[in-house]
Design a protein. Structure first.
Length: 165
């Protein structure tokens, strides 16, 4: 056997093993239809108050906030509270709407999201103005949203969720 045939067989074996490994890592199946849009047992949402307190502690530590900056931090943390999620009855009512009604509701929800974004931007700028230049530099170096990744994930400041939820 020549070297090229051995190399081809080895490369084929590597591809076969890697393909098998990728097939073994299938994503989990979606929840059953009766659980869609509902909380799945065993997967409770984290406590928003605990999340806010962890966020405040991380900011205190990273920015080395002074006691006189504590009110600004509390105002900032309170402003980052996500808006309330629609009740199940509101989601069911949306399913009964005609297309023009759903489009009007979508426009209203978009305006609400923009208002929430404007509120959060204003709160961030007000908090930022209370920081010293060194603290501002540290805040700038943090990940977007003050280094907080857990709660909003990929949704960012706007609180975006897919349509219909």
């Amino acid at each position: 056997m020549t070297f090229t045939k051995i190399a081809s067989l080895a490369a084929g074996g590597v591809l076969l093993v890697s393909a098998g490994a990728s097939l073994a890592q299938q994503p989990p199946a979606p929840p059953p239809a009766e659980h869609r849009g509902q909380m799945v047992p065993g997967r409770e949402r984290p406590d928003p108050a605990a999340i806010a307190e962890r966020r405040a502690e991380r900011l205190r530590a990273a920015l080395q906030l002074r006691a006189d900056q504590e009110p600004a931090l509390k105002t900032y943390i309170a402003s980052m509270k996500p808006p309330a999620r629609p009740e199940a009855t509101q989601r069911q009512a949306k399913a009964q709407m005609s297309t023009p009604q759903r489009l009007d509701a979508l426009r209203a929800r978009s305006a609400e999201r923009l208002a929430n974004l404007d509120r959060r931007i204003a709160a961030t700028k007000a908090f930022y103005a209370q920081l010293s230049p060194a603290q501002q530099k540290a805040f700038d170096a943090m990940a977007p949203h003050g280094g907080m990744r857990g709660q909003h994930g990929m949704r960012g400041l706007g609180g975006h969720r897919p349509m219909g939820r």
